[in-house]
Design a protein. Structure first.
Length: 411
């Protein structure tokens, strides 16, 4: 990516890793469902014109059918494939562009299922639900459990914000999820998206591929150690639910919910991928929805619950707050990108989102609507971020006093 694109300096990509799709042999076996995602996103201008681009990728020619999202002055493009994957193509890598006679049309669930299987190693199958394409090489029961969790989150998230006055739309693309049978294969497949390694990261949403990568949590060391189950034991959906309801599994499931919240927000009209969305808002909202509700098969009672691990961290760090700390968090996102301060930043972000949603819900929703209009690859100056915040919430320094007062009382 060059400066011609006015890049966001890895603003979001450093937190939500971009994952390069694999290109290897496939197993065509599938449990493909009949439902498909509804394409309701309205696109205008260039984004509605279908075309094929040919470009060099690691020295090899590659052709992708899709649409141009951003075109740089020097001829480079940000291109979106019919599968939803974003491609940043430098002008010297671009080999050719061909306009098509048909409008841009995203892949159907069946088509995306076939493409994802073609990209993954042999042994993967698909399990589809109304909004998700889940590719897996673990048990079918775990794929069902995952898709059920995600669909309940999707329903809860969209219902919550529509109740708050934010009209979301159905995803334009089917939401892709890849579930690996174990941590080792997940880590190996995620090297392109997470060059430093997955470490303790049990799942992540990729802004570039628009997919979530994760592994079967029932085989994780923390879960098997607490439940006494064998590492390769998957069980029925009921057994899976019991295993992942254990305290040791709570933070693991919360991570999956966190990343799935990002995917929904970036696909239903709340946020635009690779737009300059403040990280305190983007990450804080995802933490707000983290608390999983595994007891209910239809509802989701975790929205708005106090996130006690984040609250404890926030209370511990209250002594580090000073006059203007809130304004510093609003101006830039460097604390989120620094591994030494990221955990503190996430706790502060959760606290701020919790406070604003609870005490200024109308202003918060109006702020979300303004952020939803931001376009990709246009970086905001710190002054603009503060101006946008003041427009909806007033003076940050005055708000900071009430914020700290109210959040210090939360138990």
């Amino acid at each position: 990516m060059t400066a011609h694109f006015q890049t966001t300096s890895c603003l979001l990509l450093a937190i939500i890793a971009a994952c390069t799709p694999l290109a290897v042999a496939a197993d065509k076996g599938s449990d493909v469902g009949e439902s498909s995602a509804t394409s309701s996103a309205k696109k205008e201008g260039k984004e509605n014109v279908a075309e094929t681009v040919t470009f060099l990728l690691k020295g090899q020619k590659q052709s992708v059918r899709g649409r141009t999202v951003v075109e740089a002055a020097d001829g480079g493009v940000l291109f979106q494939g019919v599968d939803g994957v974003l491609w940043s193509i430098e002008h010297n890598e671009l080999q050719g562009r061909e306009k098509l006679d048909t409008p841009f049309k995203p892949l159907t669930q069946v088509e995306l299922s076939e493409q994802m299987l073609a990209e993954l190693p042999a042994g993967f199958r698909t399990y589809n639900t109304p909004h998700y394409v889940v590719c897996y090489n673990t048990s079918r029961a775990y794929a069902q459990w995952t898709s059920s969790l995600l669909e309940r989150l999707y329903k809860a998230f969209t219902n919550h914000w529509q109740h708050q006055g934010f009209d979301l739309h159905d995803p334009e693309f089917p939401l892709g999820v890849v579930v690996f049978a174990d941590r080792q294969s997940y880590a190996q497949a995620s090297r392109a998206g997470l060059p430093a390694g997955t470490g303790n990261i049990v799942g992540f949403y990729s802004l570039r591929s628009n997919r979530i990568n994760m592994f079967d949590l029932t085989g994780s060391e923390a879960v098997s150690k607490q439940t006494g189950a064998a590492a390769n034991r998957r069980g029925s959906m009921r057994e899976i639910n019991q295993m992942l309801s254990q305290p040791a599994a709570t933070p693991l499931v919360a991570t999956v919910v966190h990343e799935a919240t990002h995917q929904i927000a970036f696909n239903c009209g709340m946020q635009t991928r690779i737009a300059d969305i403040p990280l305190w808002l983007c990450e804080g909202m995802a933490v707000y929805f983290e608390a999983p509700d595994l007891a209910s098969r239809s509802g989701w009672q975790g929205i708005g619950r106090v996130n006690y691990p984040r609250l404890e961290k926030f209370h511990t760090n209250l002594g580090n707050w000073h006059d203007g700390s809130l304004e510093e968090m609003l101006r830039d996102s460097k604390r989120f990108r620094d591994p030494h301060t990221a955990l503190d930043a996430y706790a502060d972000a959760w606290a701020l989102n919790y406070y604003l949603i609870k005490y200024q819900p109308k202003a918060y929703t109006a702020y979300l609507k303004e952020l939803a209009e931001k376009r990709p690859l246009i970086e905001d100056e710190p002054k603009q971020r503060l101006t946008e915040f003041r427009k909806h919430f007033g003076d940050p320094r005055k708000l900071e006093q009430d914020f700290l007062k109210q959040m210090s009382r939360v138990k």
